[in-house]
Design a protein around this ligand. Structure first.
Ligand code: HEC
Length: 214
């Protein structure tokens, strides 16, 4: 529908109050998306008074750093992280990374999962498309996770990284706030297997290439 300027003027305050109403709802209420339609792009993490992470805005407009793909069809029908993993870093931390080659206090990394296209799939879940046979991202998102480094807020987390997850399910709606996961659920695997400061640098060519410092 095309809305002329007069109507837009009338509708804006209404949209604003609906947004406020949505944000005031309980933690399970879906209230965020990462799309360009969002008004802001978060550069720093924000928290509720009782210590929950307010799901950062606009992560799809952060700097993209890499895309591991683990199709269900190659993982016994149920990949631990289904299926396409799009990883981003917040813009301020990206600038810091390019200068110093380190993750600043407050670094936020996002990993958003999405399902692959399944129509006409072979047994391994792949499909043939214009560019060849392979795995193609669908428009069904299946989870959102954040890793946040902060020695003041997370003095007891190994590496001072805390981890947040919506869980994984096709079409999952994202909550307005998130609760930190216990270290053994997330942090331990990162500590042992990730190649640079708990981060899986080995899979992020964009970060590797831009690493600053000496
Ligand atoms: C079994 C090992 C393992 C566990 C457990 C694990 N991860 Fe990860 N995580 C990975 C790997 C491998 C990557 C690299 C990207 C990819 O392949 O998805 C990653 C990447 C990430 C990233 C992107 C930034 C980075 O550090 O590389 C976030 C955010 C993340 N994981 C959050 C979580 C959360 C939240 C949990 C707990 C609910 C968790 N992870 C548990 C293996 C793990």
């Amino acid at each position: 529908m095309k809305i002329n300027n007069t109507y837009r003027f009338l509708l804006l305050p209404l949209a604003g109050s609906l947004l406020v109403a949505a944000c005031g709802n309980s933690q399970n209420e879906a209230a965020v998306d990462g799309s360009a339609a969002k008004a802001k792009v978060a550069h720093n993490a924000a928290y509720t008074d009782d210590g929950h992470l307010i799901t950062p805005d606009g992560w799809r407009e952060w700097i993209y750093i890499g895309t591991p793909v683990t199709p269900n069809g190659l993982n016994g029908g149920a990949a631990p992280f289904p299926e396409v993993h799009s990883v981003y870093i917040d813009p301020t931390s990206w600038e810091h990374w390019k200068e110093t080659g380190t993750f600043r206090e407050g670094t936020m990394l996002a990993k958003e999962l999405s399902m692959i296209l399944s129509e006409g799939a072979y047994e391994d879940g792949s499909t043939s498309q214009v560019s060849g046979r392979g795995y193609f991202q669908s428009d069904v998102f299946s989870g959102l996770e954040f890793a946040i480094k902060d020695s003041t807020r997370y003095p007891d987390e190994p590496g001072n990284w805390a981890y947040y997850s919506t869980g994984h399910a096709p079409g999952i709606e994202y909550p307005a706030t998130m609760t930190a996961e216990p270290a053994q659920s997330c942090n331990t695997c990162h500590e042992v297997n990730a190649s640079d400061d708990w981060v899986f640098m080995q899979f992020y060519p964009v970060l590797k290439e831009a690493k600053g410092g000496s």
